[in-house]
Design a protein around this ligand. Structure first.
Ligand SMILES: C[S@@+](CC[C@H](N)C(=O)[O-])C[C@H]1O[C@@H](n2cnc3c(N)ncnc32)[C@H](O)[C@@H]1O
Length: 636
């Protein structure tokens, strides 16, 4: 690796260091890097317990610091950086993460815990590459890494420690010492990169730049898909969740929810701006707010902002898009075109037994939504219609990851419920009861619900089943496990595991056809009520999509029963949509809440607290980038 040519790759670019640490500044300046310093406003309050390993905490903090600056600069500084660098250094000893001491006593506690021992210093680094697009939006690509250095302290007497603390040096430093100054006297040896202990792993950083600029094509946005969209869930290069083999078809047009998310993000920017600069905001009337940035630029929000109108139109049309998808699925359009690609509108109308005019309109709408295509990949017109990749993957009824049954459930069950949303909001009750049904239709609806759960479970199950190492568990009980879709995926992934699926008698009775799709005898079914009947004995209990829909009363009854059935060391695998900590997303979870009857959506921390109340300690949390997130807890 040649050092200078790597650094020189950044000359002419607006490089920003999202940190005010004088030590990081000095390391990077000494290496010849030219950059601006924009300290991050990200509050370092991530819950350390939610991270599997200390370096993940440092990397996540670095990432959030860098992203906060990358997102703020176009709004606040009215310029978009090319690269933002974030870093976070922590010290770990005896499984504890030490950051900066809050006072002298805290510094004493930290330094005495390091005395005579070897500890690790981790620096997490995030490099955010910002690509301005034609429409003024910004795409972000994220590269992160960490470096570990081992440091051994000599045995330190109380007097030495206090003398060092009284020098004032420990206060702004992770672990309470600075190796480059007086603190160097406390150190017996260092294994690894010394500069990493000072605050920035320069060598690893340069290697990373070398890889990015000299050996990799991904930093060119033209060549590859964006790895981190400015407004979507992060998909990290190094931590990309490949646990599921579900293809990720690229979306030809942004969905309405995608737009909501984008809007939410920009709102969040403005919110943080208004909080930070409270003194500089003038509210003229309820509709007009003028925000004055520190540089004096004025953003007038009485005028429509770029993308606002588009967002509103997208939202107004959202129901039309959903209904077009539902109708095409009802007519088995995607199955027809799978069997006979290239049919024209008239032939398709004949196949689906519908009018030519209506079919043609539906086909064109589906093309505009990116579900069908009329052209080949070179853009040449092709006669007739065929499935887009996304439809082949998710919309055919016979594809491995078919969501067809879930879509039909959305149409037949959820759509009518949502048509009562107004009264639901007014009355604060679920409107499910308003959608009356005869017993026969009830049976049909139940089966449709089971198919819906089964199809969406097949899409989500692999990501949940592979989220954690479950090899220490031998027997599991999937509480409310419905058709067993998760149970079968779990036994496939974990060869030593057998799973008992517990569900209501009516559901178990109807689960025969789903069971016959699998030959795995390690999955058994037990009919029972999880609120009343004895729970099957197991060393791992599984709750997938159960807790969010239960009233507080039922939820505590169920958790108490599971807790009573568990001996210390037993596991609890929870899978739900985890809300962001500030409850501002994801929309998928918050929109689902609009049709829920008794329950509520929660964040990972909220679930964690809830389970702690029943004696379960959260060991790991995984945001899967799939339909459902997951959390593994252990009975204390
Ligand atoms: C939302 S579904 C989730 C199914 C499955 N865990 C999944 O994610 O695919 C809820 C499941 O809990 C079952 N269930 C609801 N109340 C129950 C009870 N009191 N006892 C047993 N099962 C119950 C339902 O029959 C249904 O199969």
């Amino acid at each position: 690796m040649v050092l200078n040519p790597v650094i020189s790759k950044l000359s002419g670019k607006l490089v920003v260091l999202a940190s005010s640490s004088p030590r990081r500044l000095e390391i990077l300046r000494n290496a010849g890097l030219r950059f601006e310093v924009v300290p991050s406003w990200f509050k370092e309050t991530l819950d350390k317990r939610l991270f599997k390993a200390p370096h993940e905490y440092a990397v996540e903090t670095a990432k959030q610091k860098a992203l906060e600056v990358a997102r703020r600069m176009p709004v606040k500084h009215l310029k978009t950086p090319d690269i933002v660098i974030g870093a976070d250094t922590i010290v770990t000893v005896d499984g504890m993460i030490l950051e900066k001491p809050v006072d002298k006593q805290d510094a004493y506690r930290m330094l005495s815990s390091l005395s005579g021992k070897e500890h690790s210093v981790f620096t997490g680094v995030a490099i955010v590459l910002c690509h301005e697009k034609d429409d003024d939006e910004v795409d972000y690509q994220l590269i992160d890494f960490y470096e570990e250095t081992k440091v051994k302290f000599a045995d330190l007497s109380q007097d030495m420690l206090w003398e060092y603390i009284n020098s004032g040096e420990p206060m702004d430093k992770a672990g309470g010492y600075g190796i480059q100054a007086l603190g160097g006297m406390l150190v017996e040896y260092v294994h690894g990169d010394f500069l990493n202990v000072v605050g920035f792993p320069l060598n690893h950083f340069c290697k990373q730049l070398d890889m990015m600029y000299n050996h990799c094509s991904f930093i060119n946005p033209e060549k590859t898909e964006s790895v981190y969209d400015s407004h979507s869930t992060p998909i990290l290069i190094e931590q990309k969740d490949t646990s599921t083999s579900i293809p990720r078809p690229s979306s030809p047009s942004a969905s309405p929810l995608h737009k909501v998310r984008q809007h939410r993000e920009s709102e969040a920017n403005i919110n943080s701006l208004s909080k930070q600069d409270a003194g500089e905001i003038k509210l003229h009337n309820s509709e007009t707010a003028i925000l004055r940035s520190r540089e004096g630029a004025v953003i007038d929000h009485s005028e429509p902002q770029k993308g606002d109108l588009e967002l509103i139109y997208e939202l107004m049309d959202g129901f039309k898009a959903s209904k077009a998808l539902f109708t095409a699925s009802k007519f088995c359009l995607f199955d027809v075109l799978h069997k006979k690609p290239g049919l024209d509108a008239e032939q398709i109308a004949q196949e689906i037994k519908a009018s030519v005019k209506g079919t043609e309109t539906l086909l064109e709408a589906c093309v505009s939504l990116g579900l069908l295509k009329t052209r080949d990949t070179t853009g040449r017109p092709k006669p007739g219609f065929e499935n887009a990749d996304v439809a082949s993957c998710f919309l055919r009824s016979d594809s491995r990851f078919s969501l067809n049954a879930y879509i039909l459930h959305c149409n037949d069950t959820l759509w009518p419920v949502f048509s009562h949303l107004e009264s639901a909001v007014r009355e604060g009750t679920s409107q499910r009861g308003k959608v009356k049904a005869s017993t026969e239709i009830c049976q049909e609806a139940k089966l449709r619900f089971m198919h819906a759960m089964h199809s969406s479970a097949k899409v989500a199950a692999a990501a949940v089943a592979t989220a954690f190492d479950l090899s220490s568990y031998k027997t599991a009980c999937d509480v409310g496990g419905c058709t067993g879709a998760f149970a079968y995926e779990l036994t496939k992934t974990h060869p030593n595991l057998s799973v008992a699926v517990l569900d209501l008698p009516a559901v178990v009775e109807m689960s025969g056809p789903f069971q016959r799709q699998h030959a795995d005898k390690r999955v058994t079914f037990k009919a029972g009520d999880f609120l009343k009947d004895e729970l099957p004995k197991a060393d791992l209990y599984i709750l997938v999509r159960i807790l969010h829909d239960l009233s507080d009363e039922k939820l505590h009854i169920l958790l108490r029963r599971i807790s009573d059935a568990c001996t210390p060391g037993c596991g609890l695998l929870l899978s739900e949509i985890f809300l962001d900590e500030n409850r501002s997303g994801p929309s998928r979870g918050l929109l689902q809440a609009l049709s829920m009857s008794e329950g509520k959506q929660r964040s990972a921390a909220e679930y964690s607290r809830l389970l702690k109340g029943h004696g379960f300690i959260t060991a790991q949390v995984k945001h899967t980038n799939n339909l459902l997130d997951a959390m593994l807890c252990t009975k204390a």
